[in-house]
Design a protein around this ligand. Structure first.
Ligand code: FMN
Length: 433
């Protein structure tokens, strides 16, 4: 399969290309479905658009949101999503993905409270409603870089992710995992006090909790069987839930339902068939989280942003060109999201990775929501580039091709460099490459 650069002047052109490739891409001209409210637990999101967690590497060195963080979230708030899934916030210092990743503590709690108040006020003023706001609590695991250089804490040796095997002492011990579980209790308490509506026990993109789901080769209580591989995630939930005192505050996850690495290195893959998805275990796990913790929503994603970024966020330009058409990547994500939503109709699912479709992203979101493939559509890179697109969709029925994300990878490059991240194309004054 050759790689193409996005060129679909009309929605029909995009549909035709999907048809030619034989891939699942439910595009819909009418975007009205995105403007119906959605019940999430005992809250209501005002529309079906979520802004996905997007780490900005712009916190202060004590983990508080900085001026650039504030700028990003006020732009998001003006845009009017029904839900803002607030970026990865570290639970312990050694789990930070960069020196400037956010980390919530007793000492900096007031900064979070103030930011959330401002976000809600801004959206109320601009849109007459406030977004729901979920905080993503993380342990960066293999990708920990608390001092700006790699200090990986891994679940097990994973050859596809280790060109040279890391030293054995980089494997997190069972005792450390128990300590990290408790850190989610602290985070949940602070998260409630700060005023978030819910907390995500982050379980995606091969950070620690996600990596443990594929720890088939790890000995002991956190590896091998399904029960052992899911133990850390569930214990984090149990620890977090023990602190919940605020009425309506909920727990949830952003979860990789497919890692894109072959068995025994990937979760959600067919054991006998290379990279083919098999969502049996993810569906079982989400069902169990619903039964035990009553999760009112789930954010579905896939892949690893370092090793197979095309699975995570299909794109045209980047450091390496994957051997698949970007619409195949889109289709894999949409089909996976849909399979989860249909298997678990009681859990509203948020889909990911719409930004590749540029000016037709809202049409894909509308098709997915209107046809019941997911309850909400989550936008990542597009929120950096064009946070105002919801207004255009609502008022003009379409997005402006001159404002959309062009999937250049510039925002991810800023993130990798450990500098404040945003759109280097559409917000150039602020984020110069
Ligand atoms: C700069 C940058 C930062 C990101 N930060 C996070 C994060 O903190 N948590 C997370 O779950 N995903 C993160 N992601 C992934 C996005 O949320 C999203 O899944 C991905 O960009 C695909 O969606 P899109 O096609 O709408 O961009 C990040 C992606 C980028 C490019």
């Amino acid at each position: 399969m050759t790689h193409t650069v996005f060129h679909y002047p009309t929605l029909a052109d995009a549909s035709k290309e999907a048809e030619k490739l034989g891939v699942f891409l439910p595009l819909r001209q009418d975007t009205a479905a995105l403007f119906a409210p959605l019940a999430i637990g005992n809250h209501a999101a005002s529309n079906r658009i979520a802004f996905q967690p997007m780490e900005g590497t712009d916190g202060t060195l004590d983990g508080a949101p900085g001026e650039w963080t504030r700028r990003r979230y006020l732009r998001f708030a003006q845009g009017g999503p029904g839900l803002i899934w607030f970026e990865a916030v570290a639970t312990v210092p050694e789990a930070q993905a960069s020196a400037h990743q956010l980390r919530i503590t007793e000492e900096n709690l007031d900064n979070y409270k103030k930011l959330l108040d401002e976000v809600r006020e801004t959206s109320l003023k601009e849109n007459s409603y406030a977004p729901l706001i979920v905080m993503q609590a993380t342990h960066s695991g293999r990708y920990s870089k608390p001092h700006g250089y790699p200090e990986p804490l891994i679940a097990y040796h994973c050859p596809p992710l280790e060109d040279m095997p890391l030293p054995d002492d980089r494997i997190v011990s069972d005792d450390d995992l128990q300590r990290y579980e408790e850190a989610y209790a602290r985070a949940a308490k602070l998260c409630q006090e700060a005023g978030f509506d819910g907390m995500d026990v982050k379980c995606c993109h091969r950070y620690l909790a996600c990596e443990l789901l594929s720890a088939y080769t790890r000995p002991g209580p956190y590896g091998g069987s399904y029960e052992n591989r899911t133990r850390f995630l569930k214990n984090c939930y149990r620890a977090a839930q023990s602190t919940v005192t605020r009425e309506g505050f909920f727990l949830t996850s952003r979860m990789n339902v497919y890692d894109g690495f072959p068995y025994p290195w990937g979760f959600g893959v067919n054991e006998k068939d290379g990279l083919k998805p098999d969502l049996t275990e993810p569906i079982r796990l989400i069902g169990e989280l619903k039964a035990e913790f009553n999760i009112p929503v789930l954010n579905v994603t896939m892949g690893n942003p370092y090793k197979n970024p095309h699975v995570n966020r299909p794109y045209d330009r980047g450091n390496y060109v994957p051997d698949e058409h970007p619409l195949e990547g889109e289709s894999r994500m949409m089909a996976g999201v849909s399979e989860i939503q249909h298997a678990l109709p009681d859990v509203p699912v948020i889909g990911s990775a719409f930004s590749y479709l540029r000016q037709w992203a809202g049409n894909l979101a509308a098709g997915m929501v209107a046809d019941g493939h997911c309850a909400m559509a989550g936008f990542g890179r597009m929120a950096f580039a064009y946070p105002d697109f919801i207004h255009d969709l609502k008022e003009k029925g379409m997005m402006d091709p001159k404002k959309v994300c062009v999937t250049c990878g510039g925002c991810a490059a800023l993130l990798r460099a450990g500098t404040p991240a945003g759109c280097v194309v559409r917000d150039r004054e602020a984020y110069k490459p």
